[in-house]
Every structure is written in structure tokens, then in C-alpha cells.
Design a protein around this ligand. Structure first.
Ligand code: NA7
Length: 529
């Protein structure tokens, strides 16, 4: 059985950077990745239209500026192939692939208290031991397949957007159903509509959605960004959203109707998350939030010809942005095409799937392919699907049955030397993921350095520090409107999952300061031995 200083699970943005730092530190480390190459989320999510909603110039590693200087992103928000190409390029430049085994899934991880070691098992029968275990498994990596009666009977093509075939899918001339209307469906529907003979979009909940305002990369913007690279990256690291974007400075309720309309016209034209960045009271004041939602519904009415369809596409059951805000390019316009139909599952629920299609309470839809754009067991799924056992054989899955508990989103009491990257209790999905990843990975690296200098072999969060952190995360979330939505942020998309707000809502800057304070205080909240 091989023995290492560290095992890193996952070869996405997190796992690759972690591996790079471990190697630089001279530690022996092995990475284990289920996919057949690097990329993580961007390896699996190859559905048509897949792109990042963070701007390309800042959705990249800041620790290799020389790569960024040479790299050219073709669009403001680049598509999946470009992002995967970038990650692959970094892996090649830093020669990271040789430290990973691919096509291998970690299935078990067991902590041996007597030896302070993790034993890691894989689906290929490998067993290895390591002092440290870093779960760099991503926030959105376990696809959610809905439990619909008869789902396995369908004889056409069944596709999940998060497990898309590598050689693509041609929908030309075919009848297609898309189930779900989250970010993924909103990105893929216009592309699928461009090929399919008939497209039925099955909507249970309309999502709030803003125009992405994507465009080819503006050479001047790229030049200006690169000219101030270090300064802008530093600004992003110490910002709320982990990005170079406006910080909160406008109170919606201070504005008259006309002022607000002018203001929202401005941020709408900027596109994407710009509609939420500047507003102080957007997520804390229902009335303020509703004014933005009303503006957004008016924009949908301008874009969708049929008023009934426009009304159905307008989110009403949760405050604006409290489910992950979606950014679209021609999503709403797709419903103006004769061959694209919206199916309202609130009025006509799905009864079953059969050999030839989908039966709702109203009719049967015969289709050749069903696309499940039904999301993921977010933030905890990739951790709880592995059989992780800490002290006294306690299973992480059981410890987290009532919702995830950890200290500063990085470590779990009873699971020594286990680190989670961008897991629950950290800002992760609420900000630029790469900034969040870099902060976590660098914190872990410093921690290992500090331990090494002291000859320490074991670090474990205390139950008291963990309880206080969980409380802080929940208190912060409940001071906002976020818990009102049945979102994946709340674990509400997975039947039986505890309803707890998963990410840390107070932003990357506050979070970074808290993590740095813990480190600066001799890893207060941890027992080190
Ligand atoms: P999301 O945002 O979780 O959206 C999933 C969609 O699938 C959503 O509209 C769900 O409706 C719908 N859904 C899920 N299960 C069912 C069933 N059983 N029947 C009908 N409809 C269903 O996933 P995405 O992949 O779009 O996006 C995930 C994240 O990836 C995104 O937020 C970005 O951060 C990147 P519901 O809203 O639950 O009623």
C-alpha cells in the first residue's frame, strides 16, 4: 500500500492548485480524479451553451500571471471548451498531470486514530495511506437525477447536462424535451432550439434571469485589465464577490421609481451579476427586492411575444436572486419560435416517463431525447457520497445528516487532517469560484507549512469552534432573504436533504479575514498535536 503525505481528490481548479503547492512544498502527494483528464466541472459539463457567468478575465488562476498574460479569452464570458482548454494548458505548463491518476473514483476514506493516517480506497481497488486528505471535489459535481416514475423505460436518448457526451449531441431534426429551467437549461435551450425540430421545456419553477450581455472580448478591456493585473487581482481577493466588480453602495429604497428604473437600465445593460452587486438592500429588504423583480418581469414581457408565456417565465415564488441568478443569451426569445413550447409543470405535473416520452396530467409528449437539466446535489453531495469515516468510525454522511457542520468551511471536528475546498460554510458559489478556491488552497498550504515547522502531525477543529461557526453561518444567512427560496443553496432541490443554507453569505473579504485571524492566532479553534 503506497504511503503519501497527502491525497488530493479532484483535478479541477482546486485540486490542481493544491497539488502544485504541495509539490512546491516538497510533500509527496497523489491526486485522484474520476474524469479522464483535468477540468472538474468544466470536464463534465459539456452541454451546448455551457459557459461561466463570471467574466473570463478574472475567472482564471491569479497565481500564474505569466499564463494569464499570454492567454487570450475570446469572449467576455467564455464557453466551456475555452475554459477547459485553459485548465488543460495550466496543467501542461506546470506538469501537473503526472501527479494524478485519472478515471478513478475515491469511494472510501478512513481515519486511523492510532497512526494519524487516512486510508483512501478507490473504485479500482487501490488503497493508499496519507497524512492529509484534501477533498477538492467541487460544489456541483454530483448530478441530480429526478425520481420520476418510469424514467428508466425511455427508449430514446437520455442525457444529464452534468454528464454530457464528449463527442457532442446533434439534435438536428429531433424532438427534444428539456426538464428544468435553472442556469443550465437557460444556457442550453437557445442552442438546442437552434437544432431541434420540436423542443418542449418542462418548467417547475421560473427562475430570475438577467441578460448576460456577452460579447467578443473587447481588446481594449483586455489590454487595460492586463496593464493593472496585480492591482486588480489584489482588489478581487479582498472584495465581497472575489471579483473586480462594484461593491455595495446603492440603497434601492432611497430611489424614486424613475431613479430606480434608470439605475436598473444601467446595470441591466452591464449584464450578468452586475444587477445584484451594487445594491445594499437587495437581499435584506423584501420591498426593495420586489422592485427589482418587477423591473425584471417587465423586461421579460418585452422579449416574449405571447403574454401568457411571458407570465409563466417570470419568477414569482422567490425573491430576486435568492435562487442562483441566471444569465441568459436569447433564452426568452427562444420561446417566440413556433417549434419551442413551455410546459408548465405547476399546472400539469409530470406523471411518468415511458418508452416514447413524457406524460403530464394533460397530455403525452413524444420525444426522441430527454435532457435532464435538473442540477446537482450541491456543496455536500461530493463529500457525502464518499464513505468518509473519522474518529471512532463516525461517518461524515451521518454527522451531516441534519446539515453540514464544520469550522470555517475547511475542517470538521472528529475528522482530523481532512480539508474541504470550497465546501459548505464558505463563500464559494456566492463569489468568483477561482478566487474562493485560491483563498482556501493557500490557507491549507500555510497551515501545512506551520504544522511542518512545529513537527505537528495532526490538526482537528474543536467541536466548540465548529458549533460557533455553524451558528455564524446560519445567523448571517437568516439576516437575508436567501432562506426564503427552495434553492440548491438551501439543499431544497434534493428530496430528504436537510434544509440548511449551505454557503457563507457575508462575502469573501470578511471570510478571508476570519480565516486569516484563525491562522494568525495559532490556529485558534483547532487542536494541533
Ligand atoms: P438548478 O439550478 O438546480 O436547476 C435545476 C432545474 O431542474 C430547476 O428548474 C428545477 O426545478 C428542475 N427540476 C429538478 N428536479 C425536477 C423534477 N423532478 N421535475 C421537474 N423539474 C425538476 O441546476 P442547474 O444545472 O441549472 O444549475 C446548477 C448550477 O450550475 C447553477 O446554479 C450555476 O451555479 C452552475 P425547481 O426549481 O427545483 O422547481
Amino acid at each position: 500500500m503506497a504511503h503519501l503525505d497527502a491525497v488530493v481528490v479532484g483535478a479541477g481548479f482546486s485540486g490542481l492548485y493544491m497539488m502544485h503547492l504541495l509539490r512546491q512544498r516538497g510533500l509527496s502527494a497523489l491526486g485522484i480524479e474520476a474524469g479522464h483528464d483535468v477540468g472538474g466541472t468544466w470536464y463534465w459539463n459539456r452541454y451546448p451553451g455551457a459557459r461561466c457567468d463570471s467574466e473570463s478575465l478574472s475567472y482564471s488562476y491569479s497565481f500564474v500571471p505569466e499564463i494569464d498574460f499570454d492567454w487570450h479569452w475570446p469572449e467576455r464570458y467564455s464557453e466551456q471548451p475555452e475554459i477547459l482548454g485553459y485548465i488543460g494548458h495550466v496543467a501542461t505548463r506546470l506538469d501537473l498531470r503526472r501527479s494524478f491518476v485519472f478515471g478513478t473514483r475515491v469511494t472510501t476514506a478512513t481515519y486511523d486514530e492510532a497512526r494519524d493516517l487516512w486510508t483512501v480506497g478507490t473504485d479500482r481497488g487501490d488503497r493508499l495511506t496519507a497524512r492529509f486528505l484534501v477533498m477538492a471535489t467541487g460544489c456541483l459535481s454530483i448530478p441530480n437525477r429526478p425520481a420520476i416514475d418510469g424514467i428508466e423505460r425511455f427508449r430514446g436518448e437520455s442525457l444529464h447536462t452534468g454528464l454530457w457526451p464528449h463527442d457532442g449531441v446533434d439534435f438536428t431534426g429531433r424532438r427534444v424535451a428539456v426538464i428544468g429551467t435553472g442556469s443550465t437549461a437557460i444556457q442550453s435551450v437557445p442552442r438546442i432550439a437552434g437544432q431541434a425540430r420540436e423542443l418542449f421545456v418542462f418548467q417547475r419553477t421560473a427562475n430570475h434571469c438577467v441578460p448576460a450581455q456577452n460579447h467578443p472580448m473587447d481588446p481594449e478591456a483586455e489590454r487595460a485589465y492586463k496593464a493593472r493585473y496585480g492591482e486588480l487581482r489584489e482588489q478581487a481577493r479582498h472584495s465581497f464577490a472575489g471579483d473586480v466588480v462594484p461593491e455595495l453602495y446603492i440603497t434601492i429604497m432611497d430611489l424614486s421609481d424613475q431613479e430606480l428604473e434608470r439605475e436598473l437600465d444601467r446595470t441591466w445593460a452591464q449584464g450578468g451579476f452586475y444587477t445584484q452587486y451594487p445594491y445594499i438592500d437587495l437581499f435584506t429588504d423584501r420591498a426593495a427586492n420586489e422592485r427589482v423583480a418587477a423591473y425584471s418581469r417587465a423586461r421579460i414581457r418585452e422579449r416574449v411575444n405571447d403574454p401568457g408565456t411571458a407570465a409563466l417565465l417570470s419568477a414569482r415564488d422567490h425573491p430576486f436572486g435568492t435562487k442562483r441568478l441566471c444569465a441568459d443569451t436569447f433564452y426568452f426569445e427562444a420561446f417566440n419560435e413556433d417549434h419551442v413550447r413551455l410546459v408548465d409543470l405547476r399546472a400539469t405535473p409530470i406523471r411518468a416517463i415511458d418508452e416514447s416520452g413524457i406524460a403530464t396530467s394533460e397530455r403525452h409528449y413524444e420525444v426522441d431525447a430527454i435532457v435532464y437539466a435538473t442540477g446537482f446535489d450541491a456543496m455536500t453531495g461530493a463529500l457525502t457520497t464518499v464513505d468518509i469515516r473519522g474518529r471512532e468510525g463516525a461517518r461524515l454522511r451521518d454527522v451531516w445528516a441534519g446539515g453540514p457542520v464544520n469550522f470555517i468551511g475547511l475542517a470538521v471536528a472528529g475528522f482530523p487532517n481532512l480539508f474541504t475546498v470550497t465546501g459548505p460554510g464558505s463563500p464559494s458559489v456566492l463569489c468568483n469560484m477561482v478566487s474562493a478556491i485560491e483563498q482556501h488552497v493557500e490557507w491549507i498550504d500555510r497551515c501545512l507549512d506551520w504544522m511542518g515547522a512545529r513537527g505537528a502531525t495532526c490538526i482537528e477543529a474543536t467541536a466548540e469552534a465548529q458549533a460557533a461557526w455553524v451558528d455564524e453561518v446560519n445567523t448571517a444567512a437568516h439576516a437575508t432573504l436567501f432562506p426564503e427560496a427552495n434553492s440548491w443553496y438551501m439543499g431544497a432541490n434534493i428530496p430528504g436533504k436537510a434544509r440548511v443554507f449551505l454557503p457563507y453569505v457575508d462575502g469573501l473579504k470578511t471570510y478571508r479575514d476570519r480565516c486569516d485571524a484563525v491562522a494568525g492566532d495559532g490556529y485558534a479553534g483547532f487542536v494541533v498535536s
